[in-house]
Design a protein around this ligand. Structure first.
Ligand code: BZD
Length: 833
């Protein structure tokens, strides 16, 4: 057995490994080898897709090497690790990102060119890994990029959905959904680990076993599903570190029921198999809305149970060296991305108490020191809660533990506020309704040592509203702010190569990609005419690229010299795409009423929308229909001389965002104040020199603080005013904004197709409702739009604003955010390979 460790064997081994430094020729050899062997093709039948696969496999070879080295060194050093538990990782495409992070883009680009391919065409072949809904999933992906780049010993854990977020098509103006079967062709970005399999149990019952004066519990019976690991390597930028996201896929424990099979019931024999595989089949497509489907709860437990078991393997390693269990939190930090993985808290307590036989309090101390919880929303309809009966059925031992935890917790609360029944009821992990519910956010707070919001305002609001009672009980120190961030590698360097190049040339280095605060120095060039000219030229070419894309997918021509006004994000009432399209109608009617001379003063505008509505969200889907109905009227109206175009780009996703973001002049982030926890696309647009039209909400506020009054258009009521306004709507005689009223009348008169279609949408605004305060903000919204238009007329000043935007975005790098988490929550330090 020792023979393979002999020095000469090790030497031979190293000699035969894939070479680390890879130039054009080595790449070409590797490419052709993959075409011939991995793909079983030849020069005569390599199309762009095969070329993509061969390139991807050549890159993958290098990634695996780095992955192995990183894991080895992280194991050797044995520093504290962080595990990021997220039910969503919205990674998008990997090839371009890997090439750039590994510094191979140029060599590979040259290499494929000589072999008869265009790198651009090859990159375009990749399908997005769309295992997420929106901001929360994309944040997890940006954080993984930063964790790798900053060399933290970190892993992500998630679910390998067979179907990611649905594909959106627009049919007759309506959204239609199609399954996203992204694994149709092989996925070179995952490493199947058929040997890493974890049994996960559901159902069954609990035996109470008394041994002398101790009682223990044994969870027995039930069904078992297996979790198989698939590893997704995440390379850091400009470092050798390559970290891992482990995604779990479900499969049946037995292939099929032989008894049934032999009895001739062939169809039933495979039922168990199909049911088990179904567990991880599909990502639930709702963002910021709780849907209480049992299968979703099963997904959550399946994933956290497999992940904890897997971490456990690591933990056993340190147990062997006689370390005390109390040291567990010194070895491991687990971050909960929203409440979706909250069952991990209960699962760890179960393992420590039932399997490792630790005392309850000792176990709980370990648990609470291990976990930290990030909240991403204050919307009441998004708060996760699960019926106690459902949970009892699926997880009989866990529900007992939850009730015990709650009992001990409430005993402490009772001591803190004796006799205050309401306080007790408000804090309780169990909602005392019929049936009872488990409040996952409460469980997450009680089981974590830190709780954080994702932007300054949001973190303040959770302390003052949904978690107010917890702040009173625990004191304020348990609650922190960690303002979100985005990775400048994907969102500037990769998505906007021309701007990246101009910046690097101007600053004389590329260090800004690892320290975004260095962009500040661009301010010095703001008065340099030639620099401004080039800056504008880059923006223009990005607009041409987007115009080309729009022509390709929609067959509509837009003018790249027009103002590009963009709102792309999930469609949700609180995000107020409805207000945007109502503003567009107002603007359209305004132009129509103008004399030809007046028209000459109007800035031509292309209003661009994109985003998916949850399939069951009727009102959001109607908003899409309204946008498309307005578009079809406006876009063919020759009387307005191309001064306005309305575009709804279908199937918005990460790779479409990479085309849209660099091309925007102004982007809209116009949620009702207090509703958008942070927003992260706002950061992407501003980093790319796009200005913001936004409300005083989420991260808009901090972006404003960084870039200054002159470079952002803010409007609307403040979060503090929202409650009173809603109250006023209900009880006072509030009249609708007159401009809004006129627009509504116009829709009702049938100007944009049959009026009755839109009646349910308009009903959300009429007196006594308008929950998101569109009427209250409409006037200031139109005023702000006028300011945008005036400012855009001054090209020189606009260019200055654009430059100052980019220059002052240093704070919003996900590197800054990850360092803050590492320092104040996880206590982890980098380990560079
Ligand atoms: O999280 C979003 C918030 O709405 C944004 O304001 C914030 O910037 C990002 C990142 O912090 N929340 C989501 O994207 N939420 C979901 O997608 C989601 C998915 C499933 C269930 C509940 C919410």
């Amino acid at each position: 057995e020792l023979s393979k460790w002999r020095p000469e064997v090790v030497e031979l081994w190293e000699k035969c490994s894939v070479p680390e430094a890879i130039d054009k020729e080595t790449f070409q050899k590797s490419f052709i080898r993959h075409v011939n062997t991995t793909l079983a093709r030849s020069i005569y039948n390599v199309d762009n897709f095969s070329a993509y696969q061969a390139t991807a496999h050549a890159v993958r070879d290098r990634l695996i090497q780095r992955w192995n080295e990183t894991q080895q060194i992280h194991t050797e050093r044995d520093q504290k690790r962080v595990y990021y538990l997220s039910l969503e990782f919205l990674l998008g495409r990997s090839l371009d990102n890997a090439l750039l992070n590994l510094g191979l883009k140029d060599a590979f680009g040259e290499g494929v060119k000589e072999l008869g391919f265009k790198m651009e065409d090859i990159l375009g072949q990749e399908v997005d890994a769309a295992l997420g809904n929106g901001g929360l999933g994309r944040l997890a992906a940006c954080y993984m990029d930063s964790l790798a780049t900053l060399c933290y010993p970190a892993w992500g854990y998630g679910v390998r959905y067979t179907y990611g977020i649905f594909q959106q098509k627009i049919v007759d103006g309506y959204q239609d959904e199609f399954p996203d079967y992204w694994l149709n062709f092989d996925n070179p970005w995952e490493l199947p680990r058929v040997d890493i399999v974890v049994d996960v149990k559901f159902g069954g019952h609990v035996n109470k076993i008394t041994e002398g004066d101790t009682v223990r519990h044994e969870w027995v019976g039930g069904e078992t599903v297996q979790a198989v690991a698939y590893d997704v390597p995440i390379p850091g930028y400009g470092v050798k570190n390559c970290i891992n996201i482990r995604l779990w896929s479900s499969k049946p424990r037995r292939k099929f029921d032989l008894g049934k099979f032999n009895a001739g019931e062939y169809d039933q024999a495979v039922q168990e198999q199909m049911k088990a595989e179904f567990l991880t089949a599909v990502l639930y497509p709702n963002d910021n809305h709780m849907v209480g489907k049992e299968l979703r709860l099963k997904q959550q437990y399946f994933w956290v149970a497999a992940s904890l078991y897997d971490m456990w393997v690591e933990v056993r390693r340190f147990k062997k060296s006689q370390r005390d269990w109390n040291e567990f939190p010194d070895q491991v930090a687990i971050q909960l991305n929203d409440t979706h993985p909250t069952l991990a808290i209960v699962e760890l307590q179960r393992i420590l108490v039932d399997e490792e036989r630790l005392g309850w309090d000792e176990a709980w101390e370990i648990v609470t020191n291990t976990f930290a919880f990030t909240n991403h929303t204050v919307l009441p309809e998004a708060m996760e809660k699960w019926p106690v009966p459902t949970m009892s059925q699926l997880l009989p031992r866990h529900i007992q533990i939850i009730f015990d935890l709650n009992l001990f917790f409430l005993q402490k609360v009772e001591k803190f506020a004796p006799g205050d029944r309401d306080f007790l009821a408000r804090l309780s992990i169990i909602e005392e309704s019929t049936p009872q519910y488990v409040r996952m956010a409460h469980l997450a707070i009680v089981g974590s040592h830190r709780v954080n919001g994702v932007a300054k305002l949001h973190s303040k609001l959770i302390k003052e509203t949904i978690f107010k009672d917890f702040v009173r009980f625990y004191g304020p120190d348990k609650f922190e702010n960690k303002t979100n961030g985005i990775t400048p590698r994907r969102w500037l360097h990769q998505a906007n190569p021309k701007l990246s190049e101009l910046i690097s040339e101007t600053l004389g280095h590329k260090d800004w990609l690892k320290d975004l605060s260095l962009l500040k120095k661009l301010e010095e060039s703001v008065n340099d005419k030639e620099f401004r000219r080039r800056w504008i030229a880059v923006k223009h070419s990005n607009k041409v690229r987007l115009a080309d894309y729009i022509r390709d997918v929609m067959d509509i021509d837009v003018n790249p010299n027009a103002l590009f006004d963009v709102q792309v994000k999930r469609i949700h009432e609180y995000k107020r795409q409805f207000m945007n399209i109502l503003g567009v109608i107002h603007h359209y009617n305004n132009i129509k009423s103008m004399s030809p001379e007046k028209m000459r003063n109007v800035v031509p505008r292309v209003v661009i929308f994109g985003g998916k509505a949850a399939p069951g969200y009727y009102i959001a889907k109607l908003v899409i229909k309204l946008i498309n109905s307005v578009a079809s009227v406006v876009n063919k109206d020759t009387n307005i001389q191309d001064l306005l175009k309305v575009i709804f780009i279908p199937d918005y996703n990460v790779s479409v965002a990479e085309i849209i973001v660099p091309a925007s002049d102004i982007s809209q982030h116009i949620s009702t104040a207090g509703t958008e926890a942070s927003g992260t696309s706002n950061m992407k647009f501003v980093l790319n020199g796009g200005l913001i039209l936004g409300t005083v909400d989420g991260a808009n506020i901090e972006i404003h603080e960084e870039i200054g009054d002159d470079n952002i258009f803010m409007f609307g009521h403040l979060a503090e005013q929202v409650e009173d306004l809603r109250y006023a709507h209900r009880y006072r005689d509030v009249t609708m904004d007159p401009h809004l009223n006129a627009v509504i009348k116009d829709i009702e008169s049938g100007s944009f197709g049959e009026a009755r279609i839109f009646a349910p949408l308009i009903n959300t605004l009429t007196f006594g409702k308008d929950y998101y305060l569109i009427s209250d903000d409409f006037g200031s919204y139109l005023d702000a739009q006028k300011l945008v238009e005036e400012a855009y007329k001054n090209e020189k000043d606009w260019a200055k604003k654009s430059i100052l935007c980019t220059a002052n975005m240093g704070k919003f790098s996900s590197d800054r955010a990850i360092k803050e988490y590492a320092e104040s929550i996880w206590g982890t330090v980098p380990v560079e390979v």
